[in-house]
Design a protein around this ligand. Structure first.
Ligand code: NI
Length: 159
C-alpha cells in the first residue's frame, strides 16, 4: 500500500467527470488499498478517486467501528429528507461550509470483486455519499455551500 497525494482545489482532476470502472482487477484493488491508507492518514471520512488523480468512479467511506465501505460505480437511487450542516473536504484544506443534503441516501454500487450491493447511509454518511458522488462528476461542495469559512484548527486544539 502507498500514500497517494491528495489533489487540492484548482487541480484539473477535481473538475472532470470520471469514467466507470470496467475491470475489477488488481489495479483497482491497489487503488482502493492506497485510498484507504491515504484517507486514514488524512483523518477524513470519505475519499473519491479523482482526489488522488484517478478519474474513475471509485469512492470509499470510513464508518468508524463499522469499517470502511468501498463503492465502485455508485449510483444514488433514493434520498429522503433534508439537512443543512457543516462539511469539509480534504481537497479544500482549512475550510468548511454549510450545505443542504439529504438526511438519508441509498446508493447502488459494486464491491471490489464486481458484486452489486446496496448501501443506505443516514446523517453524516448520507452527506458523505452525496459529497463523494459529486466528486465523481467534478463537483466540489464549495459550489453548493451557502457560506464558506476558515477553520482555525490551532485555536480548536487549545480549548
Ligand atoms: Ni471531498
Amino acid at each position: 500500500m502507498a500514500i497517494r497525494k491528495i489533489r487540492e482545489i484548482g487541480d484539473e482532476c477535481l473538475k472532470k467527470k470520471c469514467r466507470e470502472v470496467e475491470n475489477f482487477d488488481q489495479k483497482l484493488h491497489t487503488l482502493l488499498d492506497d485510498m484507504k491508507e491515504t484517507l486514514l492518514l488524512a483523518n477524513g471520512v470519505g475519499l473519491a478517486a479523482p482526489q488522488v488523480g484517478i478519474l474513475r468512479r471509485v469512492v470509499i467511506i470510513d464508518r468508524g467501528d463499522d469499517g470502511i465501505i468501498e463503492l465502485i460505480n455508485p449510483v444514488i437511487t433514493y434520498t429522503e429528507g433534508e439537512v443543512k450542516d457543516t462539511e469539509g473536504c480534504l481537497s479544500v484544506p482549512g475550510k468548511a461550509g454549510e450545505v443542504t443534503r439529504p438526511r438519508k441516501a441509498t446508493v447502488k454500487a459494486f464491491d471490489r470483486n464486481g458484486n452489486e450491493f446496496e448501501y443506505t447511509g443516514e446523517d453524516l454518511y448520507a452527506r458523505c455519499i452525496c459529497h463523494e458522488c459529486d466528486h465523481l462528476d467534478g463537483i466540489l461542495y464549495v459550489e453548493k455551500a451557502e457560506n464558506i469559512f476558515d477553520l482555525n484548527l490551532e485555536d480548536e486544539d487549545e480549548e
